[in-house]
Design a protein around this ligand. Structure first.
Ligand code: SF4
Ligand code: SF4
Length: 452
């Protein structure tokens, strides 16, 4: 069946659970298996520039995506013959070269150094966030043109690594948001948060002209007694806003240059439009998404603090479809029980099945609109099939077997020699990653021991 985005059938989303009880089931090993399941090992060609998008968290934030996972992906990309690099972009609130340098330093202090990661670490869109590619989007719902950082648009492959969590403006932050905001420059970031680029309120402008020289692209001129901003030239750096605020002695209510915040639905629509722009220039086949459902915090990684997670660690999802991977992540979080003592208890949504982000941020509709809009724009499909990685249940079974053997030994009950032989055999099978064989043998041994 053809879906709204032109998709046929369901999109595949691979899932690896968060639990690890054996060496071959470490999260690093699981990342490798997800990487292979997506076909990345075979599809990266020698010399391919592989852009890896991350969010390394603001200063003070502590539950951002751990760099050890990124390091593993970098290793795998290199092994496949690609040339990886890591990028993050500057926010609309981060202005001026000093602030952007500081943001790069924060990334380093959070472990995102080239030495540790094993690849160059850069700021997408440059230090000023204006090195972007404009993409026409006549099919856009609100925006007919979007801008995206060069690093994403000019890559041979784009791997989006996302810490899945709540978001006060978008409901939740997944791969769609990591691209729709994270792969935009300053202009794009302004347009996904505000109705327009900064404009001059004629009623408040007293014609002091202070802002005129502030603008690097000469987008501001006088029109009669008041200033005027040419949106054809403006790239949304916000320097003039700061200057005008200075003129009014920091009193925000009086600032003549301003922009009006978008409501959540429009924010989500525009985020989806930027993703659609990226897919348009890059092509769906060059984008791969990994969502980490580990430390699922109620807020995103932009605040300078991190609250406790709202659900237990669930695992890692990977897909070629950005919309499907977010829909699957959302469903898993909703199905999970909430963690007592976290923000989810405060909104009475601890029950498995409760729509967590809808309870946390009712005005966002739980963030579903970003996926509906992305699907409508042909980015991907909300209809998916979850494929659990083979072997994910084996470590649980094996652990139960070992515990039973230990318990029997404590009781000094005779352990048949063949069970020890069986254990060695299972360890051997697991080290070779022959999970289905191991599972079969574990079940046989458990049967012999009458383990239910
Ligand atoms: S700094 Fe503000 S008040 Fe002065 S001209 Fe510019 S917009 Fe008008
Ligand atoms: S008009 Fe203001 S926001 Fe736009 S580019 Fe100039 S200084 Fe930056």
């Amino acid at each position: 069946m053809r879906g709204p985005g032109g998709f046929v059938g369901k999109s595949i989303v691979y899932f690896a659970g968060a639990r690890s009880l054996y060496r071959t089931h470490s999260l690093e090993k699981k990342i490798e298996r997800l990487f292979n399941a997506l076909g990345l090992r075979g599809s990266i060609e020698g010399g391919d520039r592989v852009a890896i998008k991350v969010h390394w968290g603001s200063e003070g934030n502590t539950r951002y995506l751990r760099p050890i996972y990124v390091k593993k992906i970098v290793e795998l990309v290199k092994k496949a013959g690609g040339t990886p690099f890591i990028f993050e972009s500057v926010g609309h609130g981060v202005s001026g070269p000093r602030a952007t340098m500081r943001y790069l330093e924060v990334g380093f202090s959070h472990g995102y150094t080239p030495e540790f990661i094993g690849a160059p670490v850069v700021l997408g869109g440059g230090f000023r966030g204006n090195e972007v590619v404009e993409v026409d989007l006549p099919e856009g719902i609100q925006l007919k043109r979007v801008s995206l950082v060069r690093e994403a648009v000019e890559a041979d492959k784009l791997l989006v690594l996302t810490h899945f969590k709540g978001h006060s403006e978008a409901g939740f932050g997944g791969s769609v948001k990591n691209i729709g905001v994270g792969c935009t420059g300053k202009k794009g970031k302004t347009l996904v948060h505000f109705e327009t680029l900064p404009y001059v309120d004629k009623e408040l402008c007293d014609g002091c002209k202070l802002c005129l020289d502030t603008c690097d692209v000469k987008a501001i001129s006088m029109m009669g007694e008041t200033a005027y901003i040419d949106h054809g030239k403006c790239w949304g750096c916000w320097k003039c806003v700061a200057k005008c605020r200075e003129h009014f002695s920091g009193d925000q209510s009086k600032t003549a240059i301003k922009a009006t915040l978008l409501d959540s639905r429009s924010h989500q629509t525009r985020v989806a439009e930027h993703v659609a722009g990226l897919i348009k220039v890059l092509g769906r086949e060059r984008v791969y998404a990994f969502n980490f459902l580990l430390d699922v915090t109620p807020l995103c990684d932009c605040p300078s603090f991190s609250d406790v997670p709202i659900v237990p660690d669930l695992g890692i999802l990977a897909s070629r479809d950005i919309v499907a991977v977010d829909q699957a992540s959302l469903d898993l979080v909703n199905r999970a029980p909430g963690i007592p003592g976290s923000m989810i208890e405060e909104v009475d949504a601890l029950e498995p099945g409760s729509e967590k982000f809808r309870f946390l941020y009712p005005y966002t509709d739980g963030g579903i609109h970003q996926l509906v809009a992305a699907e409508k724009l042909g980015v991907g499909s909300r209809d998916y099939e979850l494929v659990v990685l083979e072997g994910d249940d084996v470590d649980i079974l094996f652990n139960r077997l070992l515990r039973k053997i230990e318990a029997l030994m404590k009781l000094k009950r005779k352990i048949p020699e063949k069970i020890f032989r069986g254990e060695r055999e299972i360890r051997d099978l697991l080290s070779q990653e022959r999970f289905s064989d191991a599972k079969e043998r574990i079940l046989e041994v458990m049967d012999e021991l009458e383990i239910k």
